[in-house]
Ligand binder design. Sequence first.
Ligand SMILES: Cc1cc2nc3c(=O)[nH]c(=O)nc-3n(C[C@H](O)[C@H](O)[C@H](O)COP(=O)(O)OP(=O)(O)OC[C@H]3O[C@@H](n4cnc5c(N)ncnc54)[C@H](O)[C@@H]3O)c2cc1C
Length: 302
Amino acid sequence: MTDPHSTDPAPHGPVAARHRRIGPGRTSPERHVSVVIVGAGFAGLGTAIRLLQEGYRDLLILERADEVGGTWRDNAYPGCACDVPSRLYSFSFAPNPTWSRRFAPQEEIEQYLKRCVDGYDLTPRLRLGCELQRATWAPGRLRWDLRTSTGPLTSPQAHLGTTVAGFPNLFLMAGPNTGVGHTSLIYMIESQINHLISCMRMMRDRGLGTVEVRAEAQHAHNTELQNRMAPTVWAAGGCSGWYQDRTGRITTIWPAPTWRFRHRTRAIAPKEYVLTASPHTPKRHISDKSGRAGADEVQLRS
Ligand SMILES: Cc1cc2nc3c(=O)[nH]c(=O)nc-3n(C[C@H](O)[C@H](O)[C@H](O)COP(=O)(O)OP(=O)(O)OC[C@H]3O[C@@H](n4cnc5c(N)ncnc54)[C@H](O)[C@@H]3O)c2cc1C
């Protein structure tokens, strides 16, 4: 949930996503934050690190548990370890030369994530024991109003597993059809982070208030994806399995080589999105500040 125009270096400066409550049962004055990240697992921590590197310093990470780590905090059964080589199961921007084994055990992965928190100074932006309960889009102010407490989440079909029609300025990490069974999910998460950053750069460069994927683009993506899925082992042959939902639809796995996902998420095609101006931006700024207003895509260069 983002407002890319506010990149105030002060950690709690003026922003778009709003908090009325920070922490269950505790009422705090309304706060504005540019970027709110929900969850402090691999996806949330990686997103925070990359956004900080990009200069988006006004961000908060909400984590309902009392510790970071997500999957690697919650699963501590004997023998728990990753099943892809650890050099792949770690951030490309935070390599770890000290893995003790090719397939590192759970404790090492959890420690790695904690070192990332320390090494990238995420602690001041981390709110532990803080669960997001409700997120309501305020169309007049182009902001999300957030409340923290307890509550369920749903998982709609999404464009590139990341953006959802009807949910402006909201980005899913490890969303629908981004799962992989043969390699590291971190590769997919980093691809989505690239996509998010491309979107935010486009918003900043063009003075946009919102970015929302067009329903037609989302539909076209999902139709292509399901067509590609049809002959695969997950869908063909009439077997049911974990990857399918109750209707037999597969919304979990990515059905193509992962480099295709990296390629597809690397650039933003503005025509696939409804773009609205920020109320604070003069109209001419929207069309010419970036010098790329007529471009078909905005590419992440790094
Ligand atoms: C036992 C096990 C082994 C695995 N091994 C591999 C592997 O070898 N390779 C691989 O690629 N993948 C593996 N995976 C998949 C793994 O889940 C992902 O790779 C990755 O850790 C997911 O990270 P994440 O940040 O998306 O989600 P999570 O790690 O689940 O983190 C989400 C965080 O969000 C918090 N949260 C959720 N809702 C809210 C809310 N409303 N408010 C505040 N906080 C909230 C949660 O408490 C959690 O900390 C494994 C999964 C399991 C369970």
